[in-house]
Design a protein around this ligand. Structure first.
Ligand code: GLY
Ligand code: MN
Ligand code: MN
Length: 440
């Protein structure tokens, strides 16, 4: 069995093992995402469901993975579209059940049209049904119909599953720790996105519009083999840098402003997530540099706080301390460090968390805390480190700092000894950023 097919099969085996350990086995049903119409006959670019893809590697819409953990052994089943020569002329290749079974390592594959009757049989007398709950209304409906169908057969001597479990909780824990295959894909995604940020620094000029910079990013993503953006690119000049999820990308960039770019590609199903902030004219002003150096120091403190065995929340606390002290030193916050942390006055300028899990989804699967306890970091977890400072015009703020917004975001893989910065190739220090912006 080829390497890639074995990777997805191994994940299904791990899920089946988990099902046996927690409920004595059962049936898992994992549907992929539906296609979504954009207007009339046009659809949004198709994106599979991450959970489905994690256990299948199968890229087509209209498909469901079914896994059975039973006394007579495990079974890996796929339901998918049939081959359709006429539709394939219009929309392109479809695997069809036979090729899909072979290529993706399933024991059997069936046309989607057979799913309802096969599933009703599969669902009888299982200790548990593992499936996403509350994710897709049409799927929720199918699941309740399925259970009712089995319930309706009670007089034939069968019973519906005793437990219904949200399979996402089981898969979240697996997805949180990235295997070697995932780490390699994330390194590639990170590398492409780093190149895109370098391209943006090298090309941006005063007078450009934010959307022109967005086009440079998209160019680099697509020419390097990325399939999509992992999230809509934020290209935020001047005051827009203080809007955390700015999306318009329509401003004309002015000489003397900063440009904040939060952009990352998706490569073979895996996200990257990088933010850099640089001067539109290539040189930081003194107040811009002060704020930039502060955020950079906060990020260094965060990275030092990322250690296997440590709490996830440690690096957010590190960011808060460095930023709060810096805001005091710049005259933006008043009081001692403890007073500023206690009152939360620093949140006028830093109001988000220092990062999140990263993987197939940009805000990836996985809990941050269970029963009041922070998750502890372990090798293979990937997270972003993204402190920032956002200084909007206000009466209590010296005018020299108005509209300075800075965020510096990298993607880190937790290792046995600390972390590996997957986005290291993106210029980060003041000197490196100014060098990358050189206009000659
Ligand atoms: N790009 C989204 C985020 O940084 O969380
Ligand atoms: Mn992020
Ligand atoms: Mn980001």
């Amino acid at each position: 069995m080829d390497h890639k097919r074995q990777i997805y099969r191994n994940r299904r085996v791990a899920l089946l093992k988990h099902m046996r350990a927690t409920t004595g086995g059962g049936l898992a049903l994992i549907p992929t995402a539906p296609e979504v119409a954009r207007n009339r006959d046009s659809h949004f670019p198709y994106r599979h469901d991450s959970y489905f893809y994690y256990v299948s590697g199968f890229p087509e819409p209209e498909a469901v993975v079914a896994l059975v953990a039973a006394e007579d052994g495990d079974r890996h089943l796929l339901f998918c579209r049939e081959k359709n020569p006429e539709r394939e002329v219009w929309d392109g290749f479809r695997y069809g059940p036979d090729a899909a079974r072979e290529v993706f390592g399933f024991d059997a594959a069936h046309p989607l049209g057979e799913m309802d009757s096969v599933l009703a049989d599969l669902c009888c007398d299982r200790p548990a049904l593992y499936t996403p709950l509350g994710l897709l209304p049409a799927w929720d409906r199918k699941v309740t119909d399925l259970i009712n169908e089995v319930r309706g057969r009670a007089r034939t001597g069968v019973a519906p599953p005793e437990h219904i479990v949200d399979v996402r909780q089981s898969l979240d824990a697996m997805r949180l720790v990235k295997d070697a295959h995932e780490q390699a894909l994330m390194r590639r995604a990170a590398g492409i996105s780093s190149a895109a940020h370098r391209r943006a620094m090298a090309t941006t000029r005063p007078g450009w519009f934010e959307y022109q910079v967005e086009a440079e990013l998209a160019h680099e993503f697509l020419r390097s083999g990325a399939q999509a953006v992992a999230y809509p690119s934020i290209v935020a000049g001047g005051p827009n840098a203080c809007v955390l999820h700015y999306r318009d990308n329509s401003r004309q960039l002015q000489d003397g402003e900063l440009l904040l770019i939060d952009a990352g590609c998706e490569y073979q199903g895996y996200a990257s997530d990088i933010t850099r902030t640089f001067p539109v004219n290539g040189r930081f002003s003194a107040p811009q540099k002060d704020v930039y150096e502060l955020v950079l120091a906060a990020q260094a403190a965060c990275i030092a706080a990322i250690q296997p065995g440590g709490e996830f929340h440690d690096y957010h606390r590190a960011a808060e301390r460095v930023l709060a002290q810096g805001f005091i030193d710049l005259g933006l916050c008043q009081g001692t460090l403890d007073e500023v942390l206690e009152s939360g006055s620093y949140k006028q300028f830093y109001m988000h968390r220092a990062g999140h899990w990263l993987g197939m989804d940009v805000h990836d699967a996985g809990l941050y805390q269970t029963r009041g306890e922070s998750i502890r970091l372990s090798p293979g977890m990937v997270l972003t480190v993204e402190p920032g400072a956002y200084i909007r015009p206000a009466d209590n703020v010296p005018e020299a700092f108005w509209n300075i917004g800075v965020r510096i975001e990298d993607d880190l893989l937790v290792t046995v000894s600390g972390s590996e910065n997957l986005t290291q190739a993106t210029p980060r220090t003041v000197a490196a950023v100014e060098e990358a912006c050189r206009r000659d």
